[in-house]
Design a protein around this ligand. Structure first.
Ligand SMILES: C[S@@+](CC[C@H](N)C(=O)[O-])C[C@H]1O[C@@H](n2cnc3c(N)ncnc32)[C@H](O)[C@@H]1O
Length: 320
């Protein structure tokens, strides 16, 4: 059995008997005015963070959700899209599609604004999305891509890039690891399927996104997700996994490299009123300007520039 088959088997079981804590969430689900989340959706929340960022969901975007799980995030996306067929959710696991369908029918009973036809649940997988090229505004996946082995991760990201319109957004939440995970754990299909041993480092993860063509990446959140201890796993030192929420934009990659925003700022602290680096960045004395990590590294070479650390929370307004 391949690791993808082992993954499908695990989630078929998790569809039939909800497994609270299978993917231990690192933040409670986003609550929204007038949104009632059925209890079963909490129990089947198999994500590690959140992909639902309201600022990315204005103007009723079309959303393609990969790996529907219990349907919680599909419901949250439908909250913003509010029309028939606006959210398409794909999942190769029949049992999971059935569970999500039932859960969304339950949600329709508990939410006046929602009808189950807002979400189309289709048989499909991350490697063959049932959408034409450049046809959707938003692609989202929560806690699925980390399960994929590197070559498959590249295929899945390329497929997400294909179906996004120019300027479209890829919203993801995945565990990342703070140190490389030993091969013996990586090759354990069940641990991988449980989102515990496939995680890449932050640098590897963002490199995959950029190599797939995304010119801008914004980190929305990074927080501890799980700690693998030496007693439960074949480890000599514990390994901390973080949950990373990101938004990647299908925009051209600048000539000097992609812009990755992690919440850094640059402040001019010299004797003049402002500093113009002649590369598009004008820093007013004492006023922190949000900058991408590439620009932060360049500005660091200049005198009288103070750089703040990554906050791992960036929601726009900065300068590449
Ligand atoms: C960790 S769960 C996450 C579910 C959901 N995103 C959530 O946050 O609760 C992974 C989901 O991806 C589905 N899945 C497994 N293999 C897949 C594949 N190759 N392509 C798309 N979805 C897949 C599983 O059936 C399951 O619904």
């Amino acid at each position: 059995m391949s690791y993808l088959e082992a993954t499908a088997r695990l989630y078929a079981e998790a569809a039939e008997i909800p497994q609270v804590g299978l993917c231990c969430i690192s933040s409670p689900p986003l609550q929204l005015p007038g949104l009632n989340i059925p209890e079963i959706m909490y129990q089947m929340n198999y994500g590690c963070g959140s992909t639902v960022h309201p600022a990315e969901l204005i103007n009723q975007p079309t959303v393609l959700y990969i790996g529907v799980g219990g349907g919680l995030e599909a419901l949250q996306f439908a909250y913003f899209a509010r029309r028939a067929g606006a959210v398409v959710a794909v999942d190769p696991v029949r049992e999971m599609r059935q569970a999500a369908t039932q859960n969304l029918q339950m949600a329709a009973l508990e939410n006046d604004w929602f009808t189950a036809d807002f979400v189309d649940i289709l048989d499909g997988d991350a490697f063959n999305l049932p959408m034409p090229d450049a046809s959707v505004d938003v692609v989202a996946q929560n806690c699925l891509f980390n399960i994929f082995e590197p070559a498959d991760l590249g295929r899945a990201l390329a497929e997400a890039y294909r179906v996004l319109k120019p300027g479209g957004r890829l919203l993801m939440s995945d565990p990342i690891t703070n140190q490389p995970i030993p091969d013996v754990l990586r090759q354990d299909d069940r641990l991988r399927a449980m989102c515990l041993s496939g995680a890449l480092t932050y640098e590897e993860y963002t490199q995959f996104i950029v190599e797939s063509g995304f010119g801008q990446v914004e980190i929305r959140s990074r927080r501890p997700y799980r700690c693998l201890d030496v007693h439960s796993y074949e480890l000599t030192t514990p390994i901390l996994l973080d949950s990373l929420d990101s938004v990647s934009f299908k925009v051209p990659i600048p000539a000097d490299g992609a812009c990755i925003f992690t919440g850094k700022t640059a402040s001019y602290i010299g004797a003049l009123e402002l500093l113009d680096d002649q590369a598009g960045h004008v820093l007013q004395r004492g006023l922190p300007l949000a900058v991408c990590d590439k620009t932060a590294a360049k500005l660091k070479q200049l005198p009288d520039v103070f750089l703040s650390d990554s906050t791992w929370h960036y929601t726009g307004g900065g300068c590449c």
